[in-house]
Design a protein around this ligand. Structure first.
Ligand code: PLP
Length: 418
C-alpha cells in the first residue's frame, strides 16, 4: 500500500479517499452567490458553502465589520478576559432566541458546540447532586458532527461509526415519533432509562447529513413533551436549521418549543468565519451558578469568541434585522416546489421534498457522487450530492435567474441518472 511517487498530497481533504478522488475544483474567489474557479468558470453555489453563506459571499456589510475589527483586534484570548463584540453578540442572541435561552457559550465549530451541550447536560445533573445520568437519546438518521461525543449521538448505522464503534460511548437511539403510534417507543425508553439519561438530542425539522429527512412541528412537539414529562433535558441541534433556513428564524419555533440547550453554528457568521454557540436556558445555567468552583463548566477552546468571528456574526444579525430574509426564503421554497415537481415522475426518483429554502430530490439508488458533482458543474452549479440525495440550500439572496438554473440542474441531473 505504499504510495508511488506522484503529485504532492500535502493537503488531506475531508471525507475523501485521497487515492481515488479526482483533484477538486480550485476556487479563486467568491462573489454574491457564485464560486469563481481558477480557470474562470463561474458556478452558482447551490449549498451556500455547507449552509453557511445565507447572505451570499463577500457581503459588503459583513466585510466592513470584519475589516474594522481586524484593524482593532483580530484576536484575544477569552480565558479571564472579555470583549465588546462577544458581549454584544451574546446579548443579541439571547434576545433573538425563544424563551429564556439566555446564556451563550461560544466555541468554534458545530461539532464542538454539540460536545459542549453534552458536557453541559452531564454536569447539570452532577451539579444538582444526581449521579449516573451520562447517556443520551438521539434519533435514527440523526447527525451531530464528527468529534467523539457528537459521533456517539449520530446514527450508528450511518457510516460515521464504522471504524470507531469500540471507541465511542454507547447511547440510545430512538425512532422519530412522526406519528402518535411511534411515541410509545420513545416514552418507554425515556421512562425505563430515566436515571441514566442526561439528555435527548434532536435536529429540529431537518435531519441533514443522515439523509435530508424532514419532519413536522408535531413530531418535534411530541419529542419535547415526552422529554419534559420524563424530566429530561432537550438539546436542539440547530446548527444547520438555525438562522432562517426552514422559514423560521429557529426551527424549534415551528413547534413553539423552548429546548433546554440549543446548538448554533454554520449561518451564525453569515458564512464568513468559524464560530459556534451553545445556548442554555436559565434553569440550566443556574445549575452551574455556585459558590463551589468545581461546579464551573470546564471547557474553553483557545479561539473561543474570536473577535473577528463575533464581529461577522453581529454584522450578519444586522442583515437579518434589515433584509427581507423571510420573504426570500418563502420565494425560494415556492420556486423549489414548482421547479422540482417534474423530477417526481422520473423513473430514477423516489421522492421530491421541500422544507423552507431546502430542496431535495431522492434517487432510487446510490450513485457515484463524483459523477453527480461533475454533471452539476457542467450545468454551472456547485452541489454536493451524497448517497441517494441531490439537494440544494442556496443563499437567501439568490436571484430568480440563478435559482432557476439550480432547479433546472437538479431536474436535469435526476433525468440523466434515471
Ligand atoms: N450538527 C448538525 C445538524 C450539522 O449539520 C453539522 C454539520 O453539518 C454539525 C452538527 C457539525 O458541525 P461542524 O461541521 O461545524 O463541526
Amino acid at each position: 500500500m505504499t504510495r508511488p511517487p506522484g503529485p504532492p498530497t500535502a493537503l488531506w481533504r475531508p471525507y475523501t479517499q485521497m487515492k481515488l478522488a479526482a483533484p477538486p475544483p480550485k476556487v479563486q474567489a467568491t462573489e454574491g452567490v457564485r464560486l469563481i474557479l481558477d480557470d474562470g468558470t463561474s458556478l452558482v453555489d447551490g449549498i451556500s458553502s455547507w449552509w453557511t453563506a445565507c447572505h451570499g459571499y463577500n457581503h459588503p456589510h459583513i466585510r466592513a465589520a470584519v475589516a474594522d475589527q481586524l484593524a482593532r483586534m483580530p484576536h484575544v484570548m477569552f480565558g479571564g478576559l472579555t470583549h465588546e463584540p462577544a458581549e454584544r453578540l451574546a446579548r443579541r442572541l439571547a434576545t433573538l432566541l425563544p424563551g429564556d435561552l439566555d446564556h451563550v457559550f461560544f466555541t468554534d465549530s458545530g461539532s464542538v458546540a454539540v460536545e459542549v451541550a453534552m458536557k453541559m447536560a452531564v454536569q447539570y445533573w452532577l451539579n444538582r447532586g444526581v449521579k449516573g445520568r451520562h447517556k443520551f437519546v438521539s434519533f435514527r438518521d440523526g447527525y451531530h458532527g464528527d468529534t467523539l461525543g457528537a459521533m456517539s449521538v449520530t446514527d450508528p448505522d450511518g457510516g460515521m461509526h464504522r471504524h470507531f464503534a469500540g471507541y465511542l460511548p454507547r447511547q440510545f437511539v430512538a425512532e422519530l415519533p412522526t406519528d402518535l403510534d411511534r411515541i410509545a417507543g420513545l416514552e418507554s425508553l425515556l421512562a425505563r432509562h430515566r436515571d441514566e439519561i442526561a439528555g435527548v438530542i434532536v435536529e429540529p425539522l431537518v435531519q441533514g447529513a443522515g439523509g435530508m429527512r424532514f419532519h413536522d412541528g408535531d413530531t418535534l412537539r411530541r419529542i419535547a413533551n415526552a422529554a419534559a414529562r420524563h424530566g429530561h433535558l432537550l438539546i436542539a441541534d440547530e446548527i444547520m436549521t438555525g438562522f432562517g433556513r426552514t422559514g423560521r428564524m429557529f426551527a424549534s419555533e415551528e413547534a413553539d418549543i423552548v429546548p433546554d440547550i440549543m446548538c448554533l453554528s454554520k449561518a451564525l457568521t453569515g458564512g464568513t468565519i468559524a464560530l459556534a454557540a451553545t445556548v442554555a436556558r436559565a434553569h440550566v445555567f443556574d445549575a452551574f451558578w455556585s459558590d463551589e468552583p468545581s461546579a464551573a463548566l470546564m471547557h474553553g477552546p483557545t479561539f473561543m469568541a474570536n473577535p473577528l468571528a463575533c464581529a461577522a456574526a453581529n454584522a450578519s444579525l444586522d442583515l437579518f434585522e434589515r433584509e427581507p430574509w423571510l420573504s426570500q426564503v418563502q420565494a425560494i421554497a415556492a420556486a423549489l416546489r414548482r421547479g422540482l415537481e417534474p423530477a417526481r415522475d422520473l423513473p430514477g426518483v423516489v421522492d421530491v421534498r421541500v422544507q423552507g429554502a431546502i430542496g431535495v430530490v431522492q434517487l432510487t439508488a446510490l450513485k457515484d457522487a463524483g459523477w453527480l458533482r461533475r454533471r452539476f458543474i457542467e450545468l454551472g452549479v456547485w452541489a454536493r450530492p451524497f448517497g441517494d440525495i441531490l439537494y440544494v440550500a442556496p443563499p437567501f439572496v439568490i436571484e430568480p435567474r440563478d435559482l432557476d438554473l439550480l432547479v433546472r440542474a437538479m431536474v436535469t441531473v435526476a433525468r440523466d441518472w434515471s
